[in-house]
Write a protein that binds this ligand. Structure first.
Ligand SMILES: C[S@@+](CC[C@H](N)C(=O)[O-])C[C@H]1O[C@@H](n2cnc3c(N)ncnc32)[C@H](O)[C@@H]1O
Length: 470
């Protein structure tokens, strides 16, 4: 409905905003909004539409009349093709302004909640090389650039190791240097590709479902420890050993070298057995003297330094004195629970993934924390009246749900028990706004602090303190 394929050109259009999904925003002469992929607020451009919907267009700038003073030069050779860092062409302070306004707009317009003065967004000291985990995909049919196609050149070797081109599940951008993960991430990826290509170890072909090499996972922890995991499609011991031996020798700094043989159609490793080839089957992250054991499947916030800022804000908002019973909902591997445990009487963590709960218990024991308990299960089922009877009515609830926000039954249960304070950590302020609206009659938003975990992208984390109305 409302979908027409005819492309339109609009001239001399001012780009006025930046927003959801990293797109910038302009208005067409007919009044419809245009979402743009390659412009910055402040640019004046000619636009060609690429999609037309009833309420809006999608398009791209085809001519720049004025370049915005919010612009900066993108540093990465893959910018514009790779979907990873869509805001690299915008100055960092401008990125932060847009992230902060997105949070405020969502909470006030979608949630219609009354806000206190919003604390300035906590920017990231590191604007590049801040990720501790990256996953790269192998492909034997490298995506060709327009110039390559136009040059009609022959391409003998089309092996690629990098990222999926946005919107194209089987097209892989061959990455030469990624600016998101610290060394030796780039070296490991490039040497893996070079060695495998030289030694005829076949890269995966997603359409034909053949080849051997599927994906490469690299974790670089704040402790300096490194995990590398290669996912193979078939159990080819000879070729596998050849590649893993090479990596072991070429990168002796790897703490944990692992692999998976995954013969399924999809490449998720979460239902697969991970086998340790060399070193340990885990690495350690460290925060404020706490150690967290990370295995190949563990969730850990991907920007370690900013995770520390996020957790400190969360703990401050909770305002603990040492006497409180705290619930940490969506606890993952129990990182927030352990981070606040010293300042609480007891912390109860709940999380859906049983392996994460096993990690949480093991980490708490290793960290000599004795006042935490952890439960595995779907929040809307576990967090019920009986659970409260067994574990006690919390003084403070910390909740850090996934992007979809909290299930309405979980929100209702928080309202049923109505603790004095709720600290709501969110990676999606739109769903956070929806949940806050449901809680507005009982809770007042008294603190708001956005945190930037992902520079060069539009993603933003937000921490809100809710205090029970008198
Ligand atoms: C944003 S992460 C937060 C993790 C943790 N607080 C941290 O900082 O590392 C959200 C967590 O919610 C868990 N989760 C998702 N859906 C869930 C559900 N229905 N019930 C319980 N936990 C769930 C995920 O597995 C994930 O660990």
């Amino acid at each position: 409905m409302g979908r027409k394929s005819r492309r339109k050109i609009f001239e001399n259009i001012a780009v006025i905003d930046a927003g959801a999904k990293g797109k910038s925003v302009a208005k067409a002469p007919d009044g419809k909004v245009i979402f743009l992929s390659n412009a910055v607020p402040g640019d004046v451009i000619d636009v060609q539409t690429t999609k037309q919907r009833t309420a809006y267009y999608e398009g791209e700038a085809i001519k720049f009349h004025t370049l915005s003073n919010k612009r900066t030069d993108s540093v990465c050779e893959h910018f514009g093709v790779c979907g990873g860092c869509k805001w690299q062409h915008m100055k960092y302070e401008e990125q932060l302004n847009y992230k902060e306004s997105e949070v405020v707009n969502n909470l006030t317009r979608l949630g219609k909640v009354e806000l206190p003065e919003v604390t300035t967004i906590a920017g990231s000291e590191k604007q590049y090389f801040y990720r501790n985990k990256m996953e790269f995909s192998f492909s034997d049919s490298r995506w060709l650039t327009r110039e390559e196609i136009e040059s009609n050149a022959e391409f003998d070797n089309r092996n690629a190791l990098g990222f999926h081109i946005p919107g194209a599940w089987d097209k892989i951008l061959d990455v030469n240097k990624c600016w998101l993960q610290q060394d030796p991430s780039n070296a490991i990826r490039n040497k893996t590709k070079e060695f495998a290509t030289k030694n005829d170890i076949p890269f995966f072909n997603a359409r034909n479902q053949n080849g051997l090499l599927r994906s490469l996972l690299i974790r670089t922890a704040s402790t300096g420890e490194i995990m590398v995991l290669i996912q193979f499609f078939k159990n080819d011991v000879e070729k596998r050993t050849l590649l893993l031996e090479y990596l072991k020798t070429e990168f002796p700094e790897i703490t944990s070298l692992q692999y998976v043989v995954n013969e399924k159609g999809n490449d998720t490793i979460y239902d697969q057995e991970v086998i340790c080839y060399h070193g340990r089957d885990h690495i350690f992250e460290e925060m404020e003297g706490l150690k967290f054991k990370i295995n190949a499947k563990s969730f850990y916030q991907t920007n370690s330094e900013q995770a520390y800022q996020l957790y400190k804000i969360t703990r401050d908002f909770a305002g603990l004195t040492g006497e409180e019973l705290v619930y940490d909902l969506y606890t993952g591997t129990g990182t927030i629970a352990q981070f606040v445990a010293k300042k609480a009487k007891k912390v109860v963590g709940v999380e859906a993934v049983p392996e994460a709960i096993e990690d949480a218990k093991a980490n708490a024991a290793n960290n000599n924390i004795t006042n935490t308990v952890f439960y595995a299960g779907d929040m809307k089922n576990v967090f019920n009246a009986q659970f409260i009877t067994e574990n006690g009515v919390p003084d403070v609830i910390i909740t850090d749900p996934p992007r979809d926000g909290m299930h309405k039954d979980v929100v209702q249960q928080i309202l049923n028990i109505a603790p004095k304070k709720v600290v709501y950590v969110s990676c999606n302020s739109a769903t956070q706004a929806r949940d806050l609206a449901l809680m507005d009659a009982t809770y007042k938003v008294t603190k708001v602090q956005p945190v930037d975990m992902f520079p060069q992208t539009h993603h933003v984390e937000n921490v809100v303190l809710l205090e029970k109305r008198k």
